[in-house]
Design a protein around this ligand. Structure first.
Ligand code: ATP
Length: 585
């Protein structure tokens, strides 16, 4: 999974790609919905025929036959409605997956950059809102198709049966639409306020509950209750205001459906007397208005309007939360050296402490690591080896002094260039859900399968690739792999990366000595500089040079020179040599 930063999707753009990808399911859904609307389309015509050509003409059997036909069309409609559920589920689940992906990616990007809160309550709220979107979208889609197809069918039927009333009905529907649009604008505003009030209440109540013991211990129960109470009142007031606007929607049904019905009934005597229409046509028109148009309009105004606005507001809120963090400011004057650049590493007077008042972990360190060198760093636990590695990779900035790559201070190098030139592999291996290939090619997306196979062979991952079933094998849970297997995956990932300086910070600690040797030798033979924070003295013995950190002084040399010159190194090496071969750590 890539963590994208700075994406600021709009509410609708969160759903659009997911819906576009489900075009086929949308078409299937439309086809079933068309069939489902058949009873509405036929209703008025069949009722009119039953009356005019059946009961009023003295043909009882014909009248009943038309009514039975109407009943059959209703069974057909119910059958179609049942089949519409499958494509609907496919659309909604795809939309939910897209939303969850967007939300998780954005929160990860924030967490990586350390911007914005990503605590448990934020994640819980976003999960709740995503679930609400899924439910609303499912109901909304179900209703939209009912409304669109039923309204269309009722109007089409009315136009064929009683064209005079179809015009009047269209005019009334236009007026109802205008009223609904106005109410929707007002409702959207109120609903958004209600949602913000609910979020504020969830935040304040969550804080109060999580710190309940401290609140009670400090005698702050009254203040906490008052604050949460204010948020409860604000939430209730906002919800009531939204509900009031919602209740005005009944006016839409009155204008759009009841006025045409009253007009039809009022004009019926005159139309019948003039001979322009038959009693069956009048009854058919009333059927279209009462059983087709009014239920659809009621659904549209009362449920659809509310839900549409709720969906819009929820998506807008989610879009705010799925906006990635701002791009880190570009380093002024940062350079990206060309591809032929030889990144020799130098540390001059490097001093670093974790806090402004803490004693330095690294004090006035000078070191030159020429390009192509193989350096091991050794020292007792907690002495600062990982800290030095982080300083070399530019993950920490020194308090005094300078770390430079190819003569350019790290702070003067463009961040993307630095991240490509230097790979630091920590002890904890990050293996994510995806295919094995995606995991291995994470730092070099263009790498071929042949190159991956060669790297896996060199580093010692080949048996794992074979066991998993090749590079296309899915890794669903990193926990299903052993710690050593995970380390081999992250090692191959760094091996095939374009990095010219690789720092292994105890990155082989879960491998057995033979596997560690194989991996280190592969990295030593790879083009570029290799720095290893040594987990075993055997790693140091394989290096061209060794840096010993003992807290007071810094010594650099090869194994034999250090045995002579560094009591700490001699001690570490002798302890290691004295241990039985199988227990040497
Ligand atoms: N983020 C941090 N904040 C404060 N102190 C830290 C932080 N990281 C490390 N330290 C402290 O800095 C010192 C050096 O830690 P570091 O991890 O660099 O040592 P190390 O030599 O790599 O240790 P080990 O061999 O056990 O991994 C330790 O005392 C550690 O507790």
């Amino acid at each position: 999974m890539t963590v994208t930063a700075n994406a600021k999707p709009g509410g609708r753009t969160l759903l659009r790609p997911a819906l576009a990808a489900q075009r086929r399911s949308l078409l299937v859904l439309a086809a079933w919905s068309l069939l489902e609307a058949a009873p509405v389309l036929l209703s008025g015509q069949l009722v009119a025929a039953a009356l005019d050509r059946g009961f009023l003409a003295g043909e009882l059997a014909a009248g009943l036959a038309f009514l039975m036909l109407y009943g059959t069309s209703m069974v057909l409609g119910a059958w179609a409605a049942r089949h519409a559920v499958t494509p609907l589920a496919a659309i909604v689940e795809a939309a939910r997956d897209a939303l969850v992906r967007a939300v998780v990616q954005a929160r990860l990007a924030h967490a990586v950059q350390g911007s914005g809160p990503t605590d448990a309550s934020t994640v819980a709220r976003l999960t709740r809102q995503t679930e609400a979107v899924r439910q609303i979208l499912a109901t909304l889609l179900m209703m939209v198709r009912t409304v669109v197809f039923s309204l269309g069918a009722a109007l089409a039927g009315l136009a064929t049966l009683l064209p005079e009333m179809a015009g009047v009905t269209l005019g009334c529907l236009a007026a109802a639409g205008a009223l609904l649009a106005l109410l929707s604008v007002l409702f959207r505003r109120r609903y958004r306020e209600a949602l913000v009030a609910e979020e504020r209440l969830a935040g304040s109540a969550g804080h109060a509950v999580s710190g309940l013991r401290d609140v009670l211990a400090c005698g702050g129960a009254g203040t906490a209750t008052r604050r949460v109470g204010q948020d409860v009142d604000a939430n209730a007031a906002a919800s009531i205001a939204a509900a009031r606007i919602g209740s005005c929607r009944i006016g839409v049904v009155v204008i759009g459906a009841r006025i045409p019905l009253v007009a039809t009934l009022a004009m019926a005597p005159w139309l019948l007397r003039s001979g322009a229409v038959t009693p069956g046509q009048v009854l058919g028109a009333v059927t279209y208005l009462v059983s087709g148009l009014e239920p659809a309009l009621r659904l549209f105004a009362q449920s659809l309007g509310n839900m549409g606005v709720q969906l819009q507001v929820l998506l807008r809120r989610l879009a705010d939360h799925t906006a990635g963090p701002p791009e880190p400011p570009a380093r002024p004057g940062a350079v990206s050296p060309g591809p032929g650049h030889i990144p020799s590493l130098s540390l001059r007077g490097v001093t670093f402490a974790y806090g402004p008042h803490s004693a330095p972990i690294v004090d006035d360190l000078d070191l030159d690591v020429p390009y192509g060198d193989h350096l091991a760093i050794v020292g007792p636990s907690g002495i600062g080896k990982s800290t030095v590695a982080n300083l070399m990779a530019g993950l920490e900035s020194c308090r005094r002094g300078e770390v430079a790559l190819g003569g350019t201070p790290l702070a003067g190098l463009a961040e993307p260039w630095l991240r490509e030139a230097v790979a630091l592999v920590p002890q904890e291996s990050y293996v994510f859900a995806g295919t094995l290939r995606e995991n291995l090619a994470y730092l070099s997306p263009e790498v071929s399968d042949d190159e991956l196979a060669r790297a896996a062979d060199a580093v010692g991952l080949a048996p794992v690739v074979k066991r998993l079933g090749g590079f296309d094998a899915a890794i669903e849970q990193a926990a299903a792999l052993s710690e050593g297997e995970r380390q081999l995956i992250t090692l191959v990932r760094a091996y095939v990366s374009p990095a010219r300086l690789v720092i292994l910070d105890e990155a082989t600690c879960h491998l057995d000595p033979a596997a560690e040797r194989r991996a280190e030798e592969a990295f030593a033979a790879r083009t570029g500089t290799l720095i290893i924070i040594a987990h075993r003295i055997s790693s140091a013995m394989r290096a061209r040079r060794i840096l010993v950190l003992d807290g007071q002084s810094v010594r650099v040399g090869d194994h034999h020179a250090l045995l002579r010159d560094s009591p700490l190194y001699a001690d570490l090496a002798n302890t290691w040599a004295a241990a039985p071969a199988g227990t040497r750590a």
